[in-house]
Design a binder for this molecule. Structure first.
Ligand SMILES: NC(=O)c1ccc[n+]([C@@H]2O[C@H](COP(=O)([O-])OP(=O)(O)OC[C@H]3O[C@@H](n4cnc5c(N)ncnc54)[C@H](OP(=O)(O)O)[C@@H]3O)[C@@H](O)[C@H]2O)c1
Length: 203
């Protein structure tokens, strides 16, 4: 079964490369497929790109790797997701990283779960950088990745959420805590970059 990834930016392409390297087929979905044709062709025959609607229709596991602002309309565009798994990698960041567009009494994943009728929403990948999604290994170990979602079977499914150090954290609302991981990763990355202490492409 192929995995669909909506969005072919930093996150979408990093995940696509990782899945293809592990022998999976991926279908990327974007508003303008022609724009990404050459980049996706470089991934080889296991990867293809089409429209967002086409990628949604292709798979039972769909990863949201789009700006959070686009996620709600994508979720609502399908009348019934019929139990398909929607892996939410987005972060509802306000412009200039000035906070969260959803406030603190809900989370992006909970809002997407409300909008995506019949979908089994799983929050994953949002707590680290795209470069770590492609290769999570460092000399001291691999990057930890929390996974939340109301449906235990969806959380446990390997396809779409391949990672060596995944930890299932239970219900969707617990994704509010994942924001702490995401915030820490972002602060650490920016601080080290300011000191010139790291290669920005690999932290
Ligand atoms: N970058 C990171 O390291 C990182 C880490 C953790 C989480 N995240 C989260 O992951 C998400 C994606 O981040 P990114 O850095 O990959 O963003 P990005 O590089 O800006 O890529 C966004 C992608 O989404 C596509 N897109 C926009 N609207 C769409 C729609 N309606 N249907 C399908 N595709 C659509 C864009 O296509 P066009 O080019 O045609 O606009 C583009 O390919 C964000 O929510 C971000 O907060 C990012």
């Amino acid at each position: 079964m192929s995995i669909s990834i909506l969005g072919a930016g930093n996150v979408g392409m990093a995940l696509a490369r990782a899945f293809v390297a592990k022998g999976e087929s991926v279908r990327l979905g974007v508003p303008e497929p022609a724009k990404y044709h050459d980049a996706v062709a470089k991934l080889g025959p296991a990867a293809s790109v089409g429209t967002t609607a086409d990628a949604i229709a292709t798979s039972d596991v769909i990863i949201l790797a789009v700006p959070y602002g686009a996620a709600g309309s994508i979720a609502r565009a399908v009348r019934d997701w019929k139990g398909r798994i929607l892996v939410d990698a987005t972060n509802p960041l306000a412009p200039g990283l000035a906070g969260l567009t959803v406030g603190t009494t809900t989370s992006g994943a909970e809002e997407i779960a409300k909008a995506a009728k019949g979908a089994r929403v799983v929050k994953a990948f949002n707590t680290t950088g795209a470069e770590n999604m492609e290769d999570a290994h460092y000399p001291g170990g691999s990057v930890f990745m929390p996974v939340c979602g109301d449906d235990a079977d969806a959380r446990a499914r390997r396809e779409g959420i391949q990672h060596d150090r995944r930890r299932e954290h239970g219900r969707c609302a617990l994704s509010r805590r994942q924001r702490v991981h995401a915030g820490l990763w972002g602060r650490r990355r920016r601080a080290r970059a300011r000191r010139g202490a790291c290669d920005l492409d690999r932290l």
